[in-house]
Design a binder for this molecule. Structure first.
Ligand code: C5P
Length: 393
């Protein structure tokens, strides 16, 4: 039996959390409800206790078992945390790591799969802070069950109505179903740009943000995998559950990835590796006064091709092809050139999905099929890619 912690915050829609709890129980889940104080003004904890047969938490000092710490126990025992309805307040707190009541404290102590179903006044929903918080929560791996448009309790009309109970239940069950699909597997990911030094202060690099690699790492962790993320320099926040290996140059990335390839089941080349590096590193700083420098380049190793050669026969290796057009010819060619199972093509000339953007749209090219992902946040594309490339257990 799976354990769902159902976080309920103080939107008028919180009465519908009763149906969410019951429906999850009908689907063989143990449901433990944690209410915010505002939610407990709308719906009594006793009602949830009667419905679920479990104690209900409200205050940060609620301890159903004496001498235990409920926020830690519940966080450890949860297979999924679903926050429904999620108010603007709770979204903004979750995005920023607040822990000033039981629900936010529990959420901060929990690092597993999360589902969030917002419900609020349309202006609060459209507020830039709320939207930024939602994007941040989603980028960190939460599945968002988007609110519907329509009449809301305050009399306005717009997006903010809690999604249908069934959609929230389906999202929670979907996250539970996928959460074990990579248990026992190791996923190796190269990610971010490389930096190839010209002198002690300058380097050759590119615009890769490392967001796609980070999303893949989160998605694989959510599915139960052990994840090794070999990353070039990036400011993107990386998942703490992964083994992080920081590198700078392509050669360092190759060496780091090669030391993990032997144990890997799935290998993704999401890094934008610099194809060239300066033939010589000038120590100090090249000076303008010394005239126009000539920087001779040498070709870098093709990391994903080397990994494909060294990978166990049962492993699947997936390269990326960031191309300046939608043409799949290059991706098809790379399948053979790099000796990989698949190539994920994305058209970086499209501003909405190019380098540095939060969204992506991938076409996965294998020897026998070409399939396209939805245009969606990178975390959604990452889950799609794992579904397309993971062998059933
Ligand atoms: O050859 P190209 O750069 O177009 O291929 C992109 C794919 O190859 C990506 O998966 C990238 O991570 C990988 N790559 C690599 N080492 C290189 C160049 C690209 O692993 N030197």
């Amino acid at each position: 039996m799976k354990t769902v912690v159902l976080g309920v915050s103080g939107s008028v829609a919180c009465y519908r959390a009763c149906d969410i709890a019951r429906e999850l129980m009908r689907n063989d889940c143990r449901v433990r409800v944690c209410l915010t104080h505002a939610a407990s003004k709308f719906v009594s904890p006793s009602l949830f206790e009667a419905l679920t047969g479990q104690p209900c938490l409200v205050s940060a000092f609620d301890e159903p078992e004496q001498g235990r710490m409920a926020h830690i126990d519940w966080a450890r025992e949860a297979d999924v945390v679903t926050v429904a309805p999620a108010t603007a307040n709770i979204l903004n707190k979750l995005a920023n790591g607040y822990a000033d009541d039981m629900l936010t404290t529990l959420a901060l102590a929990y690092d597993g799969p999360t589902v969030v179903a917002p419900a609020m006044n349309p202006t609060m929903f459209g507020n830039e802070t709320t939207q930024a918080s939602l994007r941040a929560i989603e980028a960190r791996g939460a599945s968002i069950v988007w609110p519907q448009s329509g009449d809301v309790a305050c009399g306005e009309n717009g997006q903010g109505k809690l999604a249908a109970v069934q959609d929230i239940v389906d999202a929670t069950l979907g996250v539970l179903a996928r959460s074990k699909t990579l248990v026992g597997k190791t996923v190796l990911i190269t990610s971010g740009p490389t930096q190839e030094p010209i002198d002690d202060v300058r380097f050759l690099s590119n615009r890769s943000s490392g967001k796609m690699g980070a999303a893949l790492a989160r998605a694989a962790l959510d599915r139960g995998a052990s994840v090794v993320l070999v990353t070039g320099p990036t400011n993107t926040v990386l998942p703490s559950g992964a083994t992080l290996v920081w590198v700078r140059t392509a050669r360092e990335m190759l060496a780091a990835a090669m030391s993990h390839v032997g144990n890997s089941d799935l290998i993704f080349g999401a890094a934008a590796v610099s194809d060239f590096s300066p033939a010589m590193l000038v120590s100090g700083k090249i000076r303008k006064a010394d005239g126009l420098p000539t920087v001779a380049l040498v070709v870098n190793p093709d990391i994903i091709a080397e990994l494909a050669k060294a990978a166990p026969a049962s492993a699947r290796v997936i390269a990326f092809a960031a191309e300046p057009n939608p043409d799949l010819e290059v991706a098809r060619r790379k399948l053979e050139e790099k000796g990989v199972y698949a190539v994920a093509h994305n058209d970086v000339s499209d501003a909405g999905i190019g380098f540095e953007s939060d969204d992506n749209e991938l076409t996965l090219v294998t020897r026998d099929r070409e399939v396209r992902s939805p245009r969606a946040p990178k975390i959604v594309c990452a889950h799609w890619l794992l579904e397309q490339t993971t062998l059933p257990n």
